[in-house]
Design a protein around this ligand. Structure first.
Ligand code: DGL
Length: 356
């Protein structure tokens, strides 16, 4: 009798264990999609309209419904944070988005986040979030180069890949990632390199971090600079970011742009210099004067790759300027903005440019 009872108990236990294992085996990650607009939400007049379409017209639920395969790989929910073409992205949009991301990621039932975004400023939003998201959970920024109505629209597969990546353990702790065209890029170093082609997102010399194949992520390298939970930046209580602008250099440039930006209230100024961040003679006095007024000056370069060497093309120690390291002018602006929420000490800011 006792044996019969213990056999029954064992059977019940094993049956429950099998069920639990099976449930664990098919437990899908919970991924939230935050939609902001862009071409991935765009529509064109015909299926061959790949330029001259309207960005930011399709809502997040329609984006999700257009890719039913997503529901097989994740429990997906969607929020329309805003609906804009990304050339109109602002500091205020970034603060709203970052705060929402951090609230969601603090919830134990959220495993990862996908942000659908226009590609024009996608790299900037990704880098901003890379510096202010306070979680190791995956945050994946995705867009498309063809509108949803186009032949071979790249949005659906990009979205499917991004959801897979955001739900994967392999993406945990790698900082904010950009998933486009079956490639995985780190937010710090990726840039849009072509005006219209689907392979536009490149990390030219420092290299992308992995591929997405068959919906699965394969990583081959990791980033060396600090990000997300390792940074000193916290925007949770900020409603405004310091005004930081970029002045572009070119043959025959003068000082009008620099003077105008300083007069308009810039607290920081990134100089997108020619070559190794060179300062044209007609521009330099205005930058020096700006520095004397307390504006923090960062020497960056318009060329796209390479290190802007400190004390190379200018005596930064004497001028009390900062150099951007390898950050593009548009990303140097982001780091300088966040740096100015912490300090105006140029030695400390230079440390930040060698850290993030
Ligand atoms: N207006 C551009 C943007 O929203 C369209 C480019 C795109 O999203 O691919 O960034």
């Amino acid at each position: 009798m006792l044996f019969q009872k213990s056999k029954h108990t064992l059977f019940v236990f094993l049956f429950a264990l099998a069920g639990a294992v099976q449930a664990q085996a098919v437990k899908l990650p919970n991924v939230t999609i935050l939609a902001t607009g862009g071409t991935i939400a765009g529509t064109g007049a015909t299926s061959t309209t790949t330029v001259g379409y309207t960005a930011a017209t399709v809502g997040v639920q329609a984006l999700i419904q257009a890719v039913p395969e997503i529901t097989k790989v994740a429990n997906v929910s969607g929020e329309q944070v805003f609906q804009i073409a990304s050339e109109n992205m602002s500091n205020e949009h970034w603060l709203t988005l970052a705060k929402r991301v951090n609230v969601l990621l603090s919830q134990p039932n959220v495993d990862g986040i996908v942000i659908t975004h226009g590609t024009d400023t996608l790299e900037e939003t990704a880098y901003f979030l890379n510096l202010v998201v306070k979680s190791r959970k995956p945050v994946v920024v995705v867009g498309s180069m063809r509108p949803s109505t186009a032949l071979s629209a790249d949005g659906p597969i990009n979205l499917y890949n991004a959801v897979q990546l955001a739900g994967s353990q392999a993406a945990v702790g790698r900082g904010v990632l950009v998933a486009m065209n079956d490639q995985i890029h780190a937010a710090r170093d990726v840039t849009k390199s072509n005006t219209t082609t689907a392979d536009t997102f490149r990390t030219a010399e420092l290299g992308m971090v992995g591929y997405l194949q068959g919906g699965k992520p394969f990583f081959y390298r990791d980033v060396t600079r600090k990000h997300t939970v390792e940074t000193e930046f916290d925007v949770s209580k900020l409603d405004v970011l310091p005004q930081v602008d970029v002045a572009y250099a070119y043959a025959n440039v003068g000082d009008v742009a620099v003077k105008a930006l300083v007069a308009a209230g810039a607290k920081g100024l990134v100089h997108a210099g020619v070559g190794n961040g060179s300062l044209p003679a007609k521009t330099k006095p205005a930058l020096v004067a700006a520095r004397e007024k307390g504006v923090v000056i960062v020497r960056s370069a318009r060329v796209g790759q390479g290190i802007v060497a400190r004390n190379g093309e200018a005596n930064d120690d004497q001028l009390d300027f900062v150099v951007s390291d390898t950050l593009s002018p548009q990303k140097a602006r982001i780091l300088l903005m966040l740096a100015l929420t912490k300090t105006s000490d140029t030695k400390d800011i230079q440390r930040m440019f060698y850290t993030y």
